[in-house]
Write a protein that binds this ligand. Structure first.
Ligand code: MN
Length: 233
């Protein structure tokens, strides 16, 4: 038995709908700019014929389950929501063809890629890493994982409200790189593994929240989430 200097952190995990076992999360990948209208609102339109998708990651310990209350994070004045369909990988795959991509799919959740937008944009514009803008404590919000093995979601409404007021409303059929293409491309860079989850990108309408706000959101046919923002600690 290995002995550690101090107790290791628990394995980050998410509940699975309809079963007692939890889904252990090994890595969190995020697709950048994957809806045209969001790419335009960020001032960086995407030309799919000339560009490849790009990715960033979040540390698994940043995971927060839907329903939580999180403190307004430090060192930001522009804390943004991004509502996203989250894909959960269930089988290993490397250099997977799009036509075979469904074989890797375990299920889906609905997630928030919470972002310190001011820090992200400074980093972007100075050519620096995005980590402080994207990979911070409690920044990866997700619902339970809904088992849908082998199912490729091509059409589902995605929406988000702040204090009941609609801010984002779109459909995952507007993904620039769809589920099969994401798996095909990401698996060129990484040996995908069970436990990898992929935030597939956000539609337009991203914006800021402040302490006291409650976010609700959903991917229709998958899951519904909520998050409450508390005062900074
Ligand atoms: Mn995002």
């Amino acid at each position: 038995m290995t002995s550690y200097l101090f107790s290791p952190a628990p394995v980050p995990s998410l509940p699975i709908r309809g079963q007692a076992e939890r889904y252990p999360v090994g890595r969190i990948f995020c697709v950048g700019r994957n809806y045209h209208a969001h790419a335009v609102e960020m001032g960086r339109p995407v030309d799919k014929s000339a560009e490849r998708a790009f990715y960033f990651t979040k540390t698994p310990s940043t995971l927060v389950e839907s329903g939580a209350t999180v403190a307004y994070p430090p060192e930001t004045k522009n804390y943004h929501f991004e509502m996203e369909l989250v894909l959960a990988i269930g089988k290993p795959g490397f250099r997977v063809k799009a036509a075979d991509a469904h074989e890797l799919i375990y299920g889906y959740g609905a997630g928030l890629d919470m972002t310190r937008r001011d820090l992200q944009l400074v980093a972007r514009d100075k050519g620096r890493p995005w980590d402080t803008g994207k990979d911070f404590e409690q920044s990866a919000v997700c619902t339970e994982i809904v088992p849908m093995p082998g199912v490729v979601i091509e059409d589902a409404a995605i929406a988000l409200e702040v204090n009941g007021q609609t801010k984002q409303s779109s459909n995952v059929d507007k993904l620039i790189w769809n589920i099969r293409e994401i798996i095909e491309d990401l698996s060129l860079y990484y040996h995908l593994q069970p436990g990898d989850i992929i935030y597939t990108g956000t539609p337009e309408g991203v914006g800021a929240v402040v302490p006291g706000d409650t976010i609700t959101g959903r991917v229709t046919g998958v899951a519904e989430l909520s998050l409450t923002i508390a005062q900074a600690k």
